[in-house]
Design a protein around this ligand. Sequence first.
Ligand code: GCO
Length: 454
Amino acid sequence: MFKKDFMWGTATAAYQIEGASHEDGRGLSVWDVFCEDGKVYAGHTGDTACDHYHRFTEDVALMKELGINSYRFSLSWPRIIPNGTGEINQKGIDFYNALIDELIKNNITPIITLFHWDYPYELEKKGGWRNRESSDWFAEYAEAVFKNFSDRVKYFVTLNEPQCFIGQGYAQGIHAPGLICSNRDIVTMAHNVMLAHGKAVIKLREIAPDCKIGYAPTASAAIPATDSEEDIEAARTSFFDIDMNNWTWNVSWWSDPIMLGRYPEETKAFKKLGKYLPESYKEDLNIISQPIDFYCQNIYNGARFKQGKNGPEWVPNSINMPLTNCNWPVVPESLYWGPKFLYERYKKPIIISENGMAGYDAISLDGEVHDADRIDFIHKYLLELEKAVDEGIEIDGYMYWSLMDNFEWSKGFSVRFGLVHIDYITQKRTPKDSFHWYKNVIKTGGKALHEISK
Ligand code: GCO
């Protein structure tokens, strides 16, 4: 059973919903520049997106109607500090103040993510995360955020999915800024990213010791192919291992330094890449591993593993495996095994800070959006999460991704993750069937999960 004060929420990110990209003094982010060059599906950009910047009151009213008690959203760094460092843009602060006040007025607890990928372009020009000073730039920004908002906001998350903004942005080049860098540079960036996280945690403790702070990496869960001890161990090992074919997509490189104060030195990846770390890396780990209050995990799917003759082996998905509109497999057990393995290793309360699916959602003849597949998806995933809760794994909340359809990065507006449908031409909001269904789940504190949905 989910606890009484369980955080039932939804999540969004600034660049994906706000729009108003060139308004009220906002500076450029790497995503504006990436979009300008037509690198996103069909030339889409975040210039208008869901126009949340102008419609946030209507959006908070929808949240209220949905009944969520918490809402995870991110701040746009270049809206607050247009050049990344230096002068603060008061209009940016005013916007977030108004949003925070509106949430609180409606009894919705704000959870602020400081950085969800819209990196200030002016800082990218100075070397971005490659530059060791980047951790101080982030700390300066974090200080501005805490000084302005921590009187009302008590939950902060430093960084969202470093696996993606570094891996896809600088290793694969498919996300902004679209670069393909050397491993030497990527190891440096990853280290600076975690140093930035640590420095922000220190700032929060100085400025607002009553607040809580976490970190939000992503993962694909590892699921044991059977319930045998051997297969469970195979899944556990695989979950924390690093595949050199796509090494930035992993748990341990990004979380062990922060949660355990050490790099995963036992992995083959460390043996190859550890030499690129700065000489001072061991001292830096003291900053990086400042204790945090909760561990956020974004989790959408998983893969199966069994114990083979020479160690863990990947087991292909069943031929019956359903896929979402992003072609991601639907693997509900991810919300059981993911939190379980993470809790064992890191021993911190967990918030599922993102989980959801892209569907083929359209407005039907009756004017509604009948997204039965999404209802089934959330239903199955939440039942698995509840199983983890019942086994004593501390899970504090669940944030469905996303409140509304939005700008899905390189896929533009072509895929829809929302509980609310957005017409991007008229900006009309239409709550989908899943919105009404999730509303009932929240209202009953999860009990409705035990009725078969119609
Ligand atoms: C991510 C980001 C979100 C995405 C969502 C769906 O996980 O990639 O945090 O911004 O929109 O996950 O892909």
